[in-house]
Design a protein around this ligand. Structure first.
Ligand SMILES: [Zn+2]
Length: 380
């Protein structure tokens, strides 16, 4: 359902500062409606109004902008072997991240409890501003249920049906929402990063595995994980942990690239560059191109964004994709398709988790609904 407050907040995020008249026009809300919403946002300390927008003669229009520091969300990224926690303001400005290393083979109960302890410490550090924290976003390494509460399956971690939201809500007393890491990072990239001026992006991410997320903003917003690592590029090829054979991940992810380079100690950020200098590169690159062009053909993103350890790949890698990808997709896609590096700073996963929390607890309905959820959660 369309929510006027959410409409106004999203426009201020994307295009602010804006005059009230411009807000009314862009959000298609009556000026009386905008006045009412602005009064409430002002009372909540979420916006500020300043004179001096534009070049109008006479009384200058008043510019409305978001107060980024007026509320916060807590972001938790459960990545491959590393857990990170940080606060984010309303414009995805992150505070310092705290982290610890873990192993996917560790008992899940221990991982949850260590995560909750670290998150509680970070919450404590907010002091009296603790009440300004709207909720918690958690990025997990696999698919989540439709309500964003359970990590239903993680091939990378070997987890099934882990109820992270229940566990963290009980431990932290705040509403919690989960999202697949790949989707969360794609959403952050689309709203705040290299996808800001594109209607849809495919965010391709090299870490331990190779993953992707699709995000479409504006009209018809949607986002989804794209299991590009498990597109079969060599039928009958080597067995994959997903149960299939010949998946892209068996050729293009951390371990196979390391094996190709013959150096187990090289930093992951230098891996693609080193792999490009080997004889086997062309075959592996062809596999990547096959899976990527399939994803682009099916999903039709305007932009492919290279994240994680693809962001540090040599320019020659970016240039090769810009040259080789367009001829492999449909003509109408070819004309507008661009390939860019990420512009989200590290840690990308924490930015992703923060973006998910901001969408759920602020930009969809404004902060009031999130606080209501919080009180309900606290009273049960
Ligand atoms: Zn697979």
């Amino acid at each position: 359902m369309r929510n006027g407050t959410g409409e106004i907040l999203r426009r201020l995020r994307a295009n602010g500062p804006l005059s009230r008249a411009e807000l009314a026009r862009r959000a298609a809300i009556s000026s009386a409606g905008v006045t009412k919403i602005i009064a409430q946002l002002n009372a909540d300390g979420l916006i500020r109004e300043r004179e001096g927008l534009g070049h109008a003669i006479g009384r200058p229009p008043v510019a409305v902008s978001l107060v980024a520091g007026a509320r916060r969300v807590l972001a938790i990224h459960l990545g491959a072997g590393r857990l990170q926690v940080a606060f984010s303001d309303l414009m995805l400005g992150l505070g310092p991240a705290r982290s610890f290393e873990f192993d996917f083979a560790d008992p899940i109960r221990e991982i949850i409890s260590a995560t909750a302890d670290l998150a509680a410490e970070v919450l404590e550090s907010a002091g009296p501003d603790r009440g300004m924290v709207l909720g918690v976003g958690v990025g997990v390494p696999g698919s989540v249920d439709a309500s964003g509460r359970v990590n239903t399956h993680s091939i990378l971690a070997g987890w099934r049906d882990v109820a992270f939201a229940d566990a963290f809500e009980a431990a932290l007393g705040l509403p919690v929402v989960l999202e697949h890491n790949a989707t969360a990072i794609a959403m952050a990239e689309a709203r705040y990063g290299a996808g800001r001026d594109a209607r849809s992006i495919l965010h391709l991410f090299l870490g331990k595995g190779i993953g992707a997320g699709f995000a479409q903003t504006g009209a018809g917003e949607r986002c989804a994980p794209v299991e590009i690592g498990h597109v079969v590029v060599d039928p009958g090829g080597p067995a994959c942990r997903c149960g299939g054979r010949g998946c892209l991940e068996r050729f293009f992810s951390e371990q196979p690239l390391r094996d190709m380079v013959g150096d187990q100690g090289i930093p992951r950020s230098a891996l693609v560059g080193a792999a490009m200098r080997t004889e086997a590169w062309l075959g592996v690159y062809e596999h990547l191109l096959q899976a990527l062009s399939t994803a682009v053909t099916l999903l039709g993103p305007e932009r492919v964004v290279l994240g994680g350890d693809l962001n540090t790949a040599p320019d020659a890698f970016l240039e090769a994709l810009r040259r080789d990808l367009p001829p492999r997709v449909m003509p109408q896609q070819r004309q507008r398709l661009t390939v860019e590096r990420t512009s989200l700073p590290e840690p990308a996963g924490v930015h992703g988790a923060a973006c998910v929390a901001l969408e759920r607890f602020f930009y969809t309905t404004g902060p009031a609904a999130a606080l209501r959820v919080q009180r309900l959660a606290a009273s049960t």
